[in-house]
Design a protein around this ligand. Structure first.
Ligand SMILES: [Zn+2]
Length: 291
């Protein structure tokens, strides 16, 4: 272990997640992208299914979602995009429907943390009546973003719970926000893909840590190979590609300590359980009863 690795390990050891903490993935559908457009070195013959998956983090102080996946009006949201951004897609069950199917008590849900405000991360807000946790900088970005009006549509009527990076430098990132004050959910700024993008670091147990990196990389290949998006897609998709490169390096340095989850790579969610519907849960007793 190098000095910086032991520094990371020391920092991680200060997180004190409560024993009731749990995490679930809520896949809401996929859309198709040639690998050549997804990461540098990818082939045009190889097509990737981009996941639109939300994550539920249960915590006694209040559960949060990370992103919201596709919503009930996803088809309409896709029609709102410029034509070059539309692609073949498959819509699954929305976050809202998955919560209901699991018999989830909505009063436990305190908000949705957005990794950023692009349509494929926020569409599901159309059927979730919960506060949106977002930075002022990302709200300014969403306001300026003429190519993607979906956030303004779905955010209307929601409460906003703004937060700032009021905490110290954390795991290589210059500042942080500790959501519950126990180190279990720490948000850090990664303002490259959009000017207010964030990474959400979640510690469920000491041996179960995750970095939800939003669109810092679209696929795990972006981490494993240190491969950025192809140049054209960087120009089209990123606000600041030098910042993306720096933040990717920070995340890559954490890869031996935690599971790195690019939002759109279905493989990256491996090991994170699904919310099991009521009937299934009664039959198997597979999920804690206090959903
Ligand atoms: Zn995205």
């Amino acid at each position: 272990m190098t000095n910086s690795d032991s520094g990371v390990a020391r920092t991680l050891a200060t997180a004190g997640p409560p024993p009731e903490m749990a995490i679930f993935q809520l896949p809401t559908g996929t859309y198709e992208t040639p690998a050549a457009l997804a990461f540098q070195g990818g082939s045009f013959r190889d097509r990737r299914q981009f996941a639109a998956t939300a994550v539920l983090v249960r915590h006694p102080e209040g559960d949060v979602l990370i992103d919201a996946g596709f919503g009930t009006q996803a088809e309409e949201h896709i029609r709102m995009l410029p034509s070059f951004r539309r692609s073949p897609h498959r819509l699954g069950s929305t976050v809202s429907d998955q919560l209901d199917a699991a018999g989830y008590d909505r009063s436990r849900l305190s908000g949705v943390i957005l990794t950023h405000s692009h349509w494929d991360h926020v569409s599901g807000l159309d059927s979730l009546d919960v506060p949106i946790l977002v930075t002022d900088e990302e709200l300014r970005y969403a306001d300026r973003n003429r190519g993607d009006r979906v956030f303004r549509r779905v955010a209307a009527g929601h409460d906003f719970r703004g937060y700032s990076f009021d905490g110290p430098a954390h795991l290589g990132f210059p500042a942080s926000h500790d959501l519950h004050g126990d180190g279990s959910v720490v948000i850090v700024p990664a303002p490259g893909h959009t000017t207010g993008s964030v990474v959400v670091l979640v510690t469920v147990r000491p041996d179960q840590r995750f970095a939800f990196i939003g669109d810092l990389a679209w696929q795990l290949d972006g981490i494993a190979r240190g491969a950025q998006r192809p140049l054209l897609m960087r120009l089209l998709a990123d606000s600041d590609s030098a910042q993306v490169r720096q933040d990717l390096a920070r995340v890559t340095a954490l890869a031996q300590h935690m599971q790195i989850v690019p939002a759109h790579d279905a493989r990256a969610y491996e090991g994170i359980p699904l919310l099991v519907p009521d009937a299934e849960r009664r039959a198997t007793g597979a999920v804690p009863s206090a959903l």
